[in-house]
Design a protein. Structure first.
Length: 344
């Protein structure tokens, strides 16, 4: 039995081969068979589970279901083809994990990734990005496994550099309301790279920019699910601020392709993954109203504290090191996402 049994406590805290331009997706040969994934019932994790299973991997999926949902895994849990390869565990990864078999790759996706969630659960957000990261790194170290950490563009804060390169150190308020998410990710990055330096572990850090698609929760407070849900009900689309601030929106299929490429690469990161095409919140809202045929109006409310005014990744490294760039246009991705919400 392999065990990650240490607590963060005093030990840490002093007292806890396709060319991307062809449109083809990457494939990961299952040289390493078993993946342990945290946050597996979440938006990104559930899609990544499916891709790995389709490519021949076994997946041990962990999620405490605080913000994830087993509904995202229905097509995996009830699929006879995956019955022997997919196991779900309802578990809080800030606590030790016992496994009954060797693990080859650990993927740490668990996070409370929207303001709605990390404002509601601030301490949980801090713990999953500190104690949770530690527990999973120790498990990976015991198994001599690869370790992938999904960080975030939030480590750049409200950036003074545009677009944001991986060398940019960020402009983050360490005591603001958003700090429980921003700083937990920054701390995790520091811990991951330290395990690489101290133990020679094969660790990988990706910084994910705004991503959207099916399996997003309608009530998680992020722009696209909020806008689509309101538009389908002909209710006002709420924009915080004057709507001129921008986001760069990557469709989920493109993102998980990038994650797979990162795992199969020799890179350690951090590497940005996101779509470098910017869109204002006003334009996004008008586009969603048009695509849904809605009669909704747009309602502006005061901007939220420390909400970045611009967000755009420099993906030069991803192009060079992973042969990756997004393939899905905003119109294509929004249409697929709207169809998902209509079916719900």
């Amino acid at each position: 039995m392999v065990k990650s049994s240490k607590k963060l406590g005093s030990h840490i805290m002093g007292s806890a081969s396709a060319d991307s331009t062809s449109g083809m997706k990457s494939t990961m040969r299952p040289d390493k068979k078993r993946v342990l994934m945290s946050g597996a019932a979440g938006f990104i994790g559930s899609h990544l589970c499916r891709l790995l299973l389709e490519q021949g991997f076994s997946v041990d999926a962990y999620d405490n279901l605080r913000t994830g949902s087993k509904a995202n895994l229905v097509g995996l849990l009830d699929n006879p083809a995956f019955r022997s390869a997919f196991r779900f565990h309802q578990h809080d990864v800030t606590q030790p994990i016992n496994t009954d078999s060797h693990v080859d790759i650990v993927m740490h996706l668990a996070a409370l990734a929207s303001p709605t969630y990390y404002f509601k659960y601030p301490l949980e957000s801090l713990r999953v990005g500190s104690e949770g990261t530690y527990q999973l790194l120790e498990l990976a170290r015991a198994n001599k496994a690869k370790f992938l950490f999904t960080s975030t563009s939030e480590v750049y804060g409200d950036p003074l550099e545009h677009p944001q390169k991986e060398t940019y150190r960020g402009s983050v308020n360490p005591i603001g309301l958003r700090s429980v998410y921003d700083e937990s990710k920054r701390f995790s990055e520091s811990m991951v790279i330290t395990y690489h330096r101290e133990y020679g572990m094969d660790t990988k850090i990706v910084r994910i920019f705004n991503t959207y698609g099916p399996h997003m929760a309608a009530d998680d407070g992020r722009a696209i699910p909020s806008f689509i849900s309101a538009a389908l009900r002909n209710k006002p689309l709420i924009i915080f601020g004057d709507g001129t601030y921008t986001r760069s929106l990557c469709y989920i299929d493109d993102l998980i392709d990038g994650l797979v490429r990162m795992v199969q690469s020799t890179e350690h990161g951090p590497i940005n993954l996101g779509n470098p095409e910017e869109v204002t919140m006003n334009d996004l809202a008008h586009t969603i109203i048009a695509l849904t045929g809605s009669t909704s109006t747009i309602l502006h409310k005061p901007a939220r504290e420390d909400d970045p005014t611009r967000r755009k990744p420099d993906i030069t490294l991803a192009k060079q090191k992973l042969a990756w760039q997004p393939q899905t246009s905003l119109g294509q991705g929004l249409t697929k996402t709207i169809d998902y919400f209509r079916q719900r």
